[in-house]
Design a binder for this molecule. Structure first.
Ligand code: TYD
Ligand code: MG
Length: 455
């Protein structure tokens, strides 16, 4: 028998790059101070065991492989099924990441409760079976086909799962699980990697899909190292402000569907509620326009939705003006303010500017620039934009308004929601007029100011 020999390797927390020695800067992604030490047992790791050979695995002809719809299971919540590309694929490993308290355990317990047709094994390393039961009682639903297992030893979990043979397994969370195959404490890089590859192997061999929960730290590393993203099939990330009630579940990797799709949920006293039409929740309830708000027609994945951008511009109380943005890149806000100053002559350098994306949204779509600019100007002039106007356009450094992708989808969604006017770029290639909505084409910021704030 080979003598177990441990070796030390270094992983980059940011990209998962592996190196035999410590380096100040990761050669793969260029980030500084991201290398963490980890001990790898070279004795007999799980993934090298001859189990696959014994299972009779062999190459198969492509045309013999069954890829029919049967390979997917519905999870009982339409939004999650859609996010996964039409249900969870058999034998896949899905990582759900998010900050503590955002609702990962709630969501993963709601899935078995709302799909009683699936026999589910819910493994919790964080809560006792009784605690899970209390939570389940609060969530409601049907608990007749759900098994709870409070355990952290992966060997036992896999053995129990193999004998129970559920239709779906949930493991909460990767950081609390440990495998006896490697000698380091639960939550270390080595354990996280080993636990994940054990689950991947289990999922692939048994065909049972596994949902794995991973905490991410404030700086956005899933499960500590981002390395898990390479191992798993699907990565869903929970976002949102813990205090607000909206939660956004975003697909950031999907081997079986499109990425950059999102689903919106609302945290209620009875768990997470699906928000099937996010636009209706994210646009304001007030009839009369308020100054400092502008509606943006954005897109996530292929789905357009509208939401409110809020700005507050006030005279700086202290010498230096403050700029703060929630859900929007503050550097981009600074750039847009500089454009307003340089290209349209607005003196904003002595003003505090606060920006907020409604509903705890985090936006990176450049089409929001126009709504941000309009919200800032609206607050600055104390001039309310009519509530039936929305915006979709990118603002360039010379003050030009640039066309954005999928303009037609955005305009169609705005029309569907009853907006009467949408401001887009003059250079947009949208040719046919869309019924029920007027498209206002503006070439640059000065022209926008002339048409919108002429009153
Ligand atoms: P949880 O799912 O435990 O978060 P995570 O597993 O991501 O750490 O969510 C916990 C939060 O959700 C907690 O602050 C309480 C809140 N919550 C509700 O508002 N309603 C509910 O029905 C449940 C179960 C939780
Ligand atoms: Mg939890």
């Amino acid at each position: 028998m080979a003598v177990s020999k441990d070796k030390t390797v270094w992983f980059c927390k940011n990209c998962g790059n592996e190196s035999t020695k410590w380096m100040g800067r990761c050669p793969a992604c260029g980030e500084w101070n991201t290398m963490v030490e980890s001990v790898v047992a070279t004795g007999k790791p799980y993934r090298n065991q001859p189990a696959r050979q014994a299972s009779g695995n062999r190459p198969v002809h492509l045309k013999e492989i069954d890829s029919s719809a049967e390979c997917r299971l519905s999870l009982g919540m339409g939004e999650i099924d859609r996010l996964l590309g039409g249900g969870i694929v058999r034998g896949s490993l899905v990582l759900v990441g998010g900050e503590p308290g955002i609702g990962k355990s709630t969501l993963s317990l709601q899935i078995p409760l709302f799909s009683p047709g699936l026999k589910t094994l819910y493994v919790s390393g964080e809560e006792s079976a009784r605690q899970v039961k209390m939570r389940a009682d609060r969530l409601g639903g049907d608990d007749s086909n759900c098994f709870i297992f409070s355990e952290t030893d992966m060997g036992n979990i896999i053995a129990q799962a193999e004998s129970l043979r559920p239709d779906l397994m949930v493991v909460d969370s990767v950081q609390t699980m440990f495998s006896a195959n490697v000698e380091s404490s639960a939550g270390s890089v080595t354990q996280i990697k080993e636990v994940t590859s054990m689950l991947l192997h289990f999922a692939k061999v048994s065909g049972i899909p596994v949902i794995l929960i991973g905490h991410i730290t404030k700086d956005g590393y899933i499960a500590g190292p981002k390395i898990l993203e390479h191992i798993v099939d699907v990565v869903l990330q929970f976002e949102g402000d813990n205090k607000g009630s909206y939660r956004i579940l975003r697909s950031i990797k999907n081997r079986f569907g499109s990425t950059s799709e999102l689903a919106v949920f609302e945290m209620t006293g009875k768990g997470l509620r699906e928000v099937t039409n996010p636009s209706e929740m994210l646009i304001p309830m007030h009839e009369e326009g308020l100054s400092g708000t502008a509606i943006c027609a954005t897109l996530d994945g292929l789905r357009p939705f509208l939401f409110e951008v809020q700005a507050l511009v006030s005279t700086a109380a202290y010498g230096t003006a403050q700029r703060s943005a929630t859900g929007f890149d503050v550097r981009r806000l600074n750039m847009l303010l500089a454009v307003l100053e340089k290209r349209a002559g607005f003196k904003l350098n002595m003003k505090d500017v606060f920006l907020n994306m409604a509903g705890g949204m985090r936006i990176s779509d450049p089409a929001c620039d126009l709504a941000v600019v309009c919200a800032v100007l609206s607050s600055n002039f104390d001039f309310a934009i009519q509530p039936d106007i929305c915006f979709a356009g990118e603002v360039g450094l010379s003050g030009e308004i640039r066309p954005v992708n999928q303009t037609e989808r955005r305009v169609t969604e705005a029309a569907r929601l009853g907006f009467k006017k949408i401001y887009i770029s003059s250079f947009s290639s949208l040719d046919s007029g869309i019924k029920g909505i007027e498209t206002v084409r503006v070439p640059d910021v000065p022209a926008l100011v002339r048409t919108l704030f002429k009153g």
